[in-house]
Ligand binder design. Structure first.
Ligand code: GLC
Length: 725
């Protein structure tokens, strides 16, 4: 059996694996199922004297030493060296949430391929990405690392990253094994607090959270990573039904599963194992093939096999999977593991150009009251804010090998661009850091704004405010930044607000104070030039939101593909008068002190032109379950310049054996039109895409009426209907 997206192993590799398994002692097999951290002398000795399977976080100048030790070991099995190459290696791309805003598979595939190329030059052949956890809660710090709230978007982009990382594998030797993580449901952490409990009904698990993982398996991901969270009472790193069952048996995945850092022994803290011995038994029995950094397997697996608790065949299977990945990567040939003494591609122009393109495509224009793009009238620009003059924070929360000094800041990029236009830029920090509360720098910013034609404020979050273990209970602009914005806005100088953040922030109070808002996420090494090119109109914004933006944190979790409820939210009944009689007027799913709608919906984003949609239609009103939905919509560029629209197709299952989301994204296309150009955008959606797993675990399309909408975001009307008969 081989993972659907991968060719079968070559016979020579099969033979090599059989021979090695024959030669391996039980202890060898157990050590092959272990990943150590770093390559200090003690670890190099462990590798030389043993049969260690993998190492992560190996400094480039220690790669050859530890691989030579592996080669010198009794069986000479090379190490698989892993690293978190999440959104770039030396050349850093936008955070994955930002990349998702591009709605562009080719773009993220290119970014992954570049990351793999640079990492492989340092002897890294395994990355712990793509992270395809569905994230509906912006309080959760790791939303930054996710591909957003939608299963179809995350599935398509996650699969594209797998292809980018792995390429054609051994033929190039500058590829890395992908790792779909964190399997599964990690993003549903209660309260948005990282590592917290997750309670997900099985139908929701299969119809939402597992979808992008299945896509990664089908794309040929060589590895998966089990997660930290307990899911419905069972830690995902001890969940046999989902690992040996769904992933390996049902999906046919024949790569290997690595635990997340310490997640095997954390089953003790979860209360799912009494001690490390039981944790090892749980992990191996569940199908976690390799233990990351902790030593429960190493310390207890032999005893567990000896006393019959564990079937030795499970260890053989795990080792076979690990060795198969090493064969597919070509590690047994020396060039498969060696590092380049002088990495040729780290930060090269080609890679930086791709990072610039990705950063420009990931920015989302949220508001523009005729102030962008900056024209000849904006010669004197006041640039304000700590993030505008910072090379490190814009790299985001997961770029351990990126370097701030490689970045081109927004200040440097805008200064250079304005100089070419005989413009002038004056930079004022305004506040010391994103979180500092001191306001003594605001006056200088106000003065700079008064003397300028336009004030560009670059505000947001430091990189460390998102990412692992960095969840927030509030979603406001931190520190004295709101006061800085308010003071600059009060000057009357037009304000362009550029936000760099690792999550959606609540912009309700911010929006009125800016004439334009550009959301740049954490845009990576080339974020500065990308943002400058957008502000000056050299590039037109095309990003769309991969997550809903809440109006207030009290709405969270908020996502577009929600259920309708029996009392769908109606007109807002805010300000219910005191003494109102308790008659059931306005008894619908609302808040009395806030709107129920997001501030900005999933899929939203402005451009510098205007697109007009005609009436969508489907070719047939009745379609067989094995048929195809032929949908189309006229689209015209009515504005003054070329633009790219992300045309989104949504479907709703009106009545089914489960309540279904009010709409689900089923397809999307990026369409670029010249001014005045018109086109017919066509979709061919297999009816099978409407299938869902129902309460008895059957995955099928249920006949009945569906509605369909095609438009610019998750608010588009669902004004077409058809029947599946
Ligand atoms: C971390 C993260 C995981 C990462 C791993 C190795 O705790 O949860 O995403 O790949 O450990 O650094």
């Amino acid at each position: 059996m081989s993972t659907p997206g991968l060719p079968p192993l070559e016979p020579a590799d099969e033979a090599r694996i059989d021979d090695l398994l024959q030669a391996m002692t039980l202890q060898d097999k157990i050590e092959q199922m272990w990943q150590i951290n770093g390559a200090d002398d003690a670890n190099v000795a462990l590798v030389r004297d043993g049969c260690i399977g993998s190492a992560l976080n190996v400094a480039p100048d220690r790669v050859d030493a530890i691989q030579d030790a592996a080669r010198a070991s009794r069986l000479g099995i090379p190490l698989l060296i892993g690293r978190d190459v999440i959104h770039g290696y030396r050349t850093v791309f936008p955070i994955p949430l930002g990349q998702a805003a591009a709605f562009d598979e080719a773009l993220v595939e290119t970014g992954a391929r570049i990351a793999a190329r640079e990492a492989a030059e340092d002897g890294i052949r395994w990355t712990f990405a793509p992270m395809v956890d569905i994230a509906r809660d912006p309080r959760w710090g790791r939303i930054a690392e996710s591909l957003g709230e939608d299963p179809v978007l995350a599935a398509r982009l996650g699969a594209a990253m797998v292809r980018g990382f792995q390429g054609t594998l051994r033929a190039e030797h500058r590829t890395v094994a992908a790792c779909a993580k964190h399997y599964v449901g990690y993003g549903a952490a209660e309260g948005g607090r990282d590592y917290n409990t997750t309670l997900i009904p099985d139908t929701e698990l299969r119809n939402v959270y597992l979808v992008p993982f299945h896509a990664c398996a089908n794309a040929g991901a060589l590895t998966f990573m089990s997660a930290f969270n307990d899911l419905n009472g069972i830690p995902t790193s001890g969940n046999r039904r989902l690992l040996r069952g769904t992933l390996k048996a049902t999906w046919g995945f024949d790569g290997f599963v690595v635990s997340d850092w310490g997640s095997i022994t954390e089953m003790i803290a979860h209360g799912y194992a009494a001690d490390a011995r039981e944790a090892a038994a749980r992990g191996i029995a569940a199908g976690v093939d390799m233990e990351m950094v902790t030593t429960a397997y190493r310390d207890h697996a032999a005893d567990l096999v000896a006393d019959g608790t564990l079937d030795g065949a499970w260890l053989d299977d795990a080792v076979r999977r690990i060795l198969a990945v090493k064969c597919r990567l070509g590690l047994f040939a020396r060039e498969g593991v060696a590092r380049r003494a002088h990495p040729a591609t780290h930060g090269c122009d080609e890679h930086r150009a791709a990072a610039l393109q990705a950063a420009a495509a990931s920015c989302v224009l949220l508001k523009n009251e005729n102030v962008l793009p900056l024209g000849t009238g904006a010669r004197r620009v006041a640039l304000i804010g700590p993030l505008a003059d910072d090379g490190a924070d814009p790299l985001g929360c997961w770029a351990p090998d990126g370097r701030g000094e490689d970045s081109v800041t927004l200040r440097a990029a805008l200064e250079a661009a304005l100089r070419e236009r005989d413009g002038a830029l004056r930079y004022v920090r305004g506040v010391d850091t994103c979180r500092s509360t001191a306001r003594d720098g605001i006056d200088a910013a106000v003065q700079a704004a008064r003397d300028a034609d336009v004030a560009v404020l670059c505000l947001g979050e430091e990189a460390i405010m998102s990412g692992e273990a960095h969840s927030r209970a509030f979603l406001n602009l931190p520190g004295a930044q709101p006061a800085l914005l308010e003071a600059v806005a009060a000057t009357g100088t037009p304000v362009v607000l550029v936000i760099m953040a690792g999550r959606p922030l609540c912009l309700t109070d911010v929006l009125p104070r800016a004439q334009a808002v550009l959301y740049a996420w954490h845009p990576g090494t080339m974020g500065g030039p990308a943002i400058a090119s957008l502000l000056l109109g050299e590039t037109a914004p095309s990003g769309r939101l991969p997550v809903s933006f809440p109006a207030t944190v009290g709405q969270v979790p908020i996502y577009y593909n929600k259920r309708n409820t029996g009392r769908p939210p109606g007109e807002h009944n805010r300000g219910i008068p005191q003494g109102t009689p308790l008659d059931p007027v306005g008894f619908v799913s609302n808040y009395i002190d806030a709107d129920h709608l997001p501030l900005f919906p999933f899929g939203f984003g402005l451009t510098y032109t205007q697109f007009a949609y005609g009436t969508p239609c489907v070719a047939e009103a009745c379609i067989a379950p094995h048929g195809t939905i032929e949908a189309s919509v006229p689209l015209a560029n009515m504005g003054p310049c070329t633009g790219t629209e992300v045309v989104q197709l949504y479907v709703h299952d009106v009545a089914a054996s489960l309540t279904r989301p009010v709409r689900e994204l089923k397809d999307f296309q990026r369409v670029t039109l010249e001014p005045g150009e018109e086109t017919m955008v066509r979709f061919a959606l297999p009816v099978s895409a409407l299938a869902f797993t129902n309460a008895d675990g059957t995955h099928r399309v249920e006949p009945g009426r569906f509605t369909l909408g095609i438009g610019p975001d998750a608010r588009c009307p669902m004004d077409v209907s058809f029947e599946v008969v």
